[in-house]
Design a protein around this ligand. Structure first.
Ligand SMILES: [Zn+2]
Length: 145
């Protein structure tokens, strides 16, 4: 296996684990944005969100919520938490095994997301409705199959 997260889950690469169950594992990010930054990953390999089932996705968020509470209570500098999932290279995914970042935040930590030039601009209702139609059509299609 060449996937680093699969190796970690299998015990073939070192990691500092904080949690493990049948579906997911949580361990410290090797290159933390802030101290306490951890990852929640499915135990079974899936490169993208589309590759994992809904129960696994739900468990990732359930455990992420618990990690959030644990990090906040841990004594690490944490006044807030960001959850971040990069799904696809265009979305800044670098390791192609689904993972939820749980990132402790505090004032002055210098982390941030860069918004595109011209943001915010208010979209026309017709544009929002048209985009909602396109997405809703996919959900309807999903039900039919
Ligand atoms: Zn993997």
């Amino acid at each position: 296996v060449s996937c680093i997260f699969c190796k970690i889950v299998a015990g073939d690469a070192p990691a500092s684990f904080v949690y493990r169950d049948e579906l997911v594992s949580a361990f410290m990010d090797l290159q933390p944005v802030t101290p306490g930054h951890l990852l929640v990953v499915p135990n079974a390999h899936g490169a993208y969100m589309s590759d994992i089932d809904e129960d696994t996705a739900a468990q990732i968020m359930r455990v992420g919520k618990r990690m959030n509470a644990a990090v906040r209570a841990s004594g690490l500098h944490c006044d807030g938490v960001n959850f971040f999932v990069a799904d696809g290279e265009a979305a800044m995914q670098e390791v192609f095994h689904v993972h939820l970042h749980v990132i402790p935040r505090f004032k002055g930590d210098q982390f941030g997301l860069r918004l595109p030039p011209g943001y915010p601009h208010r979209a026309a209702r017709s544009e929002l409705d048209a985009n909602a139609d396109r997405i809703r059509a996919q959900l309807d299609g999903e039900k039919a199959t």
